[in-house]
Design a protein around this ligand. Structure first.
Ligand SMILES: C[S@@+](CC[C@H](N)C(=O)[O-])C[C@H]1O[C@@H](n2cnc3c(N)ncnc32)[C@H](O)[C@@H]1O
Length: 255
């Protein structure tokens, strides 16, 4: 039984890192007219009310989006995505993708938690949006190579099940054999325990050309184990590396 609910964490510093990098990558990919496939293995509910008791209780958004938003340059694609969302709501990654993608693009969104899936279906609707109440990693293997073949996949597990750390490198090795042109972005937490490190080492050994981008931030509260956010990106769009360096600067001195 899944107990993780992203509403407690929506808009935290890790979300800002992941969503801003996603927005930049999509901005690069949409410079060409050719249609894209966008696939999310762990979509969440798509839209979050940061005034909900769950979000207020952790205060994570206050240390994330509320604190960091003004640091972004006005023409940043992440701000463009935020501006497309109704006031008072924070976009999850599927809503960011929908805001930046075009009519010719197709979205495939998997979410396993029944309540989150129901909310996702309500929040993200459209002729080219497909939602699946399924295991996202298995779905991704069955969709790949997608049509259209150009595209991006976001892999954003909660790592609630510790076996996911060992599963992901093997899963990626199979996936990239089927879809060798796709941009695959895998998010991971940077933890005081270092639990993420063996997974990262395996990914880097298997995909030496991929890009790793990490930012650090203070723990959301005393004793919180997450002290940073990482992205491992296979087939990064040309130009993404320097853009991510600028993103790092926005996270400096967030205490
Ligand atoms: C970190 S949240 C996703 C947040 C979202 N990507 C965003 O940035 O807005 C992880 C989500 O994955 C869902 N989940 C957990 N295991 C899953 C699985 N095997 N397949 C699909 N979804 C899963 C959880 O219910 C949760 O909503």
């Amino acid at each position: 039984m899944l107990s993780y609910q992203h509403l407690y964490h929506a808009g935290n510093a890790a979300d800002v890192h992941k969503h801003a990098a996603l927005a930049v990558a999509l901005e690069y990919l949409t410079r060409k007219d050719k249609p894209l496939s966008y696939i999310e293995t762990h979509a969440g509910r798509g839209l979050y009310d940061l005034t909900a008791p769950e979000a207020v209780k952790t205060g994570e958004a206050a240390q994330g989006i509320t604190r960091l938003r003004d640091r972004f340059p006005q023409n940043h694609p992440y701000l463009k995505a935020l501006a497309a969302i109704p006031d008072g709501l924070y976009p999850g990654s599927p809503a960011i993708a929908r805001a930046l993608l075009r009519e010719q693009d197709t979205l495939h969104l998997a979410e396993l938690h029944p309540q989150e899936y129901t909310a996702l279906r309500t929040n993200l609707r459209g002729p080219s949006i497909h939602t699946y109440p399924q295991d996202g990693l298995a779905l991704a293997q069955s969709l790949c190579p997608p049509t259209p073949r150009r595209g991006l996949m976001l892999v954003d597990p909660s790592y609630e099940i510790k076996a996911e750390y060992a599963q992901i490198p093997k899963w990626l090795a199979t996936l990239t054999k089927k879809w060798n042109v796709g941009v695959v972005m895998i998010w991971y937490p940077i933890l005081t325990s270092g639990a993420h490190r063996p997974m990262l080492r395996s990914l880097q050994a298997d995909q030496p050309e991929a890009l790793t981008h990490e930012v650090r931030f203070p723990p959301a509260r005393d004793g919180h184990r997450m002290i940073g956010s990482g992205l491992f990106i296979v087939n990064p769009p040309f130009g993404l590396g320097p853009e991510l360096k600028s993103l790092s600067a926005l996270f400096r001195d967030t205490s």
